[in-house]
Design a binder for this molecule. Structure first.
Ligand SMILES: Cc1cc2nc3c(=O)[nH]c(=O)nc-3n(C[C@H](O)[C@H](O)[C@H](O)COP(=O)(O)OP(=O)(O)OC[C@H]3O[C@@H](n4cnc5c(N)ncnc54)[C@H](O)[C@@H]3O)c2cc1C
Length: 334
């Protein structure tokens, strides 16, 4: 017999998605949040550039919707795009209410600094220096850790969902919890709840080269599939165009904010190539930039292309990124 824990809501995943939902529900329910590693570990912690939102007077919701549909190559669900864009400002205000500190235009400024990223026709990326995800994740986690109704379980890996059809032999199939392994003590556990939410992130680690953390192995998606959930859009994996390439160093993502500030992608002979692929050049949507880099590397046989931001001042670079910035880049997957 395995030990059983019962909660009103079981959330599998402690990234921005899982923690946001936990904080929204916790005044009304006893909520358990599972994480297969330490609680911060997940894509949310590593997100850098920032979050798209219309805040500038010169920008408009329609422009953000149009840019998103264009970047989505007519494959987006327009209703979902509209809903997301229209609720972005409220979501950012909620994050600010939780204590997330976004970078302002200046020390005494009331307005937030906005950067530009690929596919966007306006500056609309709110950010926290170049570590936006870390700021969001640690702030939400701090709030969750002090809420009496949120019960956090690090190093507890969800193994399989418990369904009424499989476990109780009922015709009506619904989820009643999850079998879980406490990996610190190697103990199998049963978590039951009338509502189970999968917030297990992506599957980027299925690829050899990725900027995703080790926890992004897609096992939540597989668990849902085994339990009878519909799984959709698995063919859409985003390859972030730029990460560090150095034969002696572990690669890491090089923020798109650099291209937003005018950095140029160059071939080994110093020539630019992005204009041959898209009128927006370095600020084309990510899939186009990633494919162009891949095309040029395959054509030339080179191991990388280069990113040149030498026209900008040292101070601006320090502000964009507190990380080490290299010029050598290869394809990265996020
Ligand atoms: C390097 C990088 C940079 C990025 N930059 C940006 C950016 O600038 N702007 C932007 O909007 N997006 C960015 N993204 C994408 C963004 O980070 C993700 O879309 C978002 O954080 C996903 O949040 P999540 O909560 O769904 O998943 P995650 O944050 O990945 O959390 C998943 C959680 O599920 C848990 N989990 C998974 N499987 C199990 C299991 N079987 N049992 C128990 N727990 C499990 C994990 O432990 C983790 O806690 C970036 C991503 C990466 C990797």
């Amino acid at each position: 017999m395995t030990a059983t824990h019962h909660f009103d809501v079981l959330i599998i995943g402690s990234g921005a998605a899982g923690l946001t939902l936990a904080l929204q529900l916790a005044d009304h329910a006893q909520v358990a949040v599972l994480s297969k590693d330490q609680l911060e570990e997940g894509a949310s912690f590593y997100a850098q550039g920032g979050i798209s939102v219309v805040l500038d007077q010169a920008d408009s919701l329609q422009s953000h919707i149009d840019d998103t549909l264009l970047a989505g190559a007519d494959l987006c669900d327009e209703e979902v795009v509209r809903f997301t864009v229209e609720h972005a400002r409220d979501s950012i205000e909620w994050l600010i209410d939780q204590g997330v500190s976004f970078t302002k235009d200046g020390i005494k400024s009331e307005t937030y600094h906005l950067t530009q990223e690929g596919g966007h026709s306006h500056r609309r990326i709110i950010h926290s220096a170049d570590a936006t995800g870390r700021e969001v994740e640690t702030t939400l986690l701090g709030k969750a850790q002090t809420h009496p109704n949120i019960h956090l379980f690090p190093y507890h890996i969800g193994i399989d969902l418990i369904t009424s059809r499989k476990q109780l032999n009922q015709q009506d199939n619904h989820c009643i919890g999850c079998y879980v392994l406490d990996i610190k003590t190697d103990t199998p556990l049963t978590f039951t709840a009338p509502i189970t939410v999968m917030a297990t992130g992506g599957a980027g680690k299925a690829y050899l080269y990725t900027s995703n953390p080790d926890v992004s192995t897609g096992d939540g998606i597989a668990m849902g599939w085994r339990a009878g959930c519909d799984v959709a859009n698995m063919e859409f994996i985003q390859f972030h165009p730029t990460c560090l390439y150095h034969y002696k160093a572990k690669s890491f993502l090089i923020s798109e904010a650099l291209r937003g500030e005018g950095a140029k992608l160059l071939l080994a002979d110093g020539s630019e190539f992005m204009k041959r692929f898209h009128p927006q050049a370095e600020l084309a949507p990510r899939d186009i930039v990633a494919r162009a880099i891949d095309h040029e590397m395959k054509r030339s046989g080179d191991d990388c292309v280069y990113l040149d931001i030498s026209h900008q001042s040292r101070n601006l670079l320090r502000n964009i990124s507190r990380q080490f910035i290299s010029v050598a880049l290869a394809l990265a997957l996020i």
